[in-house]
Design a binder for this molecule. Structure first.
Ligand code: GLC
Ligand code: CA
Length: 565
């Protein structure tokens, strides 16, 4: 986008504290003018920061906003376009910030509003966008709204949450189960009713059927948009609204003991209700009322068909409903080919795709597929059609870190221990260098580091031309350079034995990607006109190699090839 256009639009911005600066656009030299008809969140790459674990600046063992500021240049050098920061609002931390007790401030552990404004300005100066985590489904039980709501049945905020009378003999109102295990209903002595919580009992669900709740929460979005943020990742959106009659969910015949208890039901009455789309449309209208392409990314872990509704229908919904299917699909080339085909076939022309390999809720990709295939996965993520989101640490191949029982932090693991549902392993601190505390903190880190952190860290890997970190940088640079990768068409996907192949196209340039999912070398035939030269191998040692019809792939190797000789 040109500075002039931005400036013209900016003058209409309501009450801007820290408006987008021209510098928020990538410097002209970096952004190809051919990308002008695409929004930044279409051509760009998002990087997720889990602030507790990114970088600690004051020695309390917990990452913070000043810490993020110290690492912005790192993110610029990595080549990403935007950061999404998991919640940093005041919170009792029952769910590590996803239990918000004040939506319009910063938790003292992370800094304050001044630190936030500094971070935002520093990011924008570097051409980095900032996406916040918006948690509309529930507040903390310490939020003043809930304290009021629970104080009496006739409190004006009573209806801001979902309260119900006990069923016969004092029983819970229905059979719904919380995501974190146990009944989703908590009895409150003060008023003799139950309140609903899709997650922890410290996270009571807001009642989005109440227009005042809606107004208040849309006001929260405006508070941050006025400050200049570039959009929101919207938390747990498919939980927003529940069946008004509170009907019992039927059992899920596919559930097996050992799996998450909440999934023992087919959650037709408390998940993915049709009415949620009205609320999303209202959020979108707020985002769209601001200049500068503010983005909304929805978090809803749903099958592809259901997910599509989150793009909106008559009125727009999310720009990007997160697509988590690479996390859920078995790491098998045929399964991945089917997934890509299915996802692509459900997208309408106006829907922009997106892909992720992991986040703060899921076992890390390097643990799921192994260190060697993690490199193949990186090439997949960064060459598919659709906005990629990288979770901090993926770019140095971080794996899940086993957490000793006495150091478990995650409430999910504490509630239903031993099922492997705990999320601490994927939330351990970022490994910056080979020093004692990995350059993350001068204090005691809130979670332990991986045993190999002295070897596997940003500093060591940046100096190694064959590291996964170097691979990430090369892949990102390639994606930025090649319109076929950032905004080109997805042409076809298929497999040849254990090799997954697909092609991307942007006028006059084909890029073919071939990914070997196996431990054995493979040889495949290619159309000579479409794959003439290797652009990048995941082994980082074949750039510019010419091809003539046959491609030899080593074990666990992926390559991207161009149609130009
Ligand atoms: C989302 C978040 C997760 C959190 C939950 C409740 O799934 O990603 O970390 O626990 O919502 O807010
Ligand atoms: Ca700190």
């Amino acid at each position: 986008m040109q500075a002039t256009r931005l400036a013209a639009k900016r003058s209409t911005a309501p009450r801007a504290h820290a408006p987008l600066t021209e510098a928020c656009d990538a410097p002209a030299s970096a952004r190809n003018p051919k990308l002008d008809r695409f929004a930044w969140w279409q051509s760009g790459i998002v990087y997720q920061i889990y602030p507790r674990s990114f970088k600690d600046s004051n020695g309390d063992g917990i990452g913070d906003l000043d810490g993020i500021c110290q690492r912005l240049d790192y993110l610029v050098s990595l080549g990403v376009d935007a950061i999404w920061v998991s919640p940093m609002y005041p919170s009792p931390m029952a769910d590590f910030g996803y239990d918000v007790s004040d939506y319009t401030d910063i938790d003292a552990r992370f800094g304050d509003l001044a630190a936030f404004d500094r971070l935002l300005a520093a990011a924008h100066r570097r051409g980095l966008r900032v996406i916040l985590d918006f948690v509309p489904n529930h507040t903390s039980d310490q939020h003043p709204w809930f304290l009021e709501s629970r104080s009496s049945r006739d409190n004006p905020k009573r209806d801001w949450y979902v309260w119900r009378d006990p069923a016969a003999k004092g029983a819970v109102p229905n059979n719904w189960i919380s995501e974190f295990g146990g009944s989703a209903w908590e009895y409150d002595d003060t008023t003799g009713q139950y309140y609903y919580h899709a997650f922890l009992k410290q996270q009571p669900d807001l009642n989005w059927r109440n227009p005042d709740v809606r107004t208040a929460m849309l006001g929260v979005m405006r508070f941050w948009l006025d400050r200049g943020v570039d959009g929101f990742r919207v938390d747990a959106i498919h939980h927003l609204i529940e069946d008004e009659e509170l009907r019992d969910n039927p059992p899920n015949p596919d559930w097996r003991p050992g799996q998450s208890p909440a999934r023992s039901q087919t959650r037709i009455y408390n998940l993915d209700r049709e009415e949620v789309h009205h609320s999303i449309a209202a959020m979108r209208a707020v985002a769209d009322s601001y200049p500068g392409q503010r983005v909304l990314i929805g978090e809803a872990s749903l099958p592809i068909k259901q997910l599509m509704a989150y793009y909106g229908s008559d009125v727009p919904g999310f720009h990007l409903p997160f697509n988590f299917h690479l996390i859920k699909t078995p790491w098998d080339p045929d399964a991945i080919a089917r997934l890509i085909e299915e996802y692509e076939s459900h997208l309408s022309p106006e829907h922009w795709p997106n892909w992720v390999l992991g986040n703060h809720d899921r076992s890390r990709v390097a643990s799921r597929v192994g260190a060697k295939q993690a490199r193949v996965a990186a090439m997949l993520l960064l060459t598919l059609r659709g906005t990629p989101t990288i979770y901090q640490g993926e770019e140095i191949g971080m794996a899940d870190v086993p957490i000793p029982a006495d150091r478990v932090q995650d409430p999910w693991e504490r509630n239903v221990p031993g099922l492997g549902l705990g999320r601490d392993p994927e939330r351990t601190p970022m490994q910056w260098d080979a020093s004692v505390n990995a350059g993350f903190t001068d204090g005691v880190p809130w979670l332990p580091f991986a045993a190999d952190h002295r070897r596997e860290n940003v500093e060591t890997q940046a100096a190694d031309p064959r590291s996964i970190h170097t691979l990430y940088r090369e892949l990102i640079a390639l994606r930025r350079r090649e319109l076929a990768l950032s905004v080109g068409a997805h042409v076809s996907v298929g497999t040849v034995g254990p090799v997954l192949t697909y092609r991307r196209y942007h006028p006059d340039r084909w890029i073919t990607v071939a990914l070997n999912f196996s431990e054995q070398a493979q040889e495949i035939a290619l159309r000579p006109t479409e794959a003439r030269r290797i652009l990048l191998s995941t082994h980082l040692d074949r750039a510019s190699e010419s091809l003539s019809g046959t491609l030899r792939l080593r074990a666990n190797e992926g390559v991207a090839m161009s149609s130009d000789p």
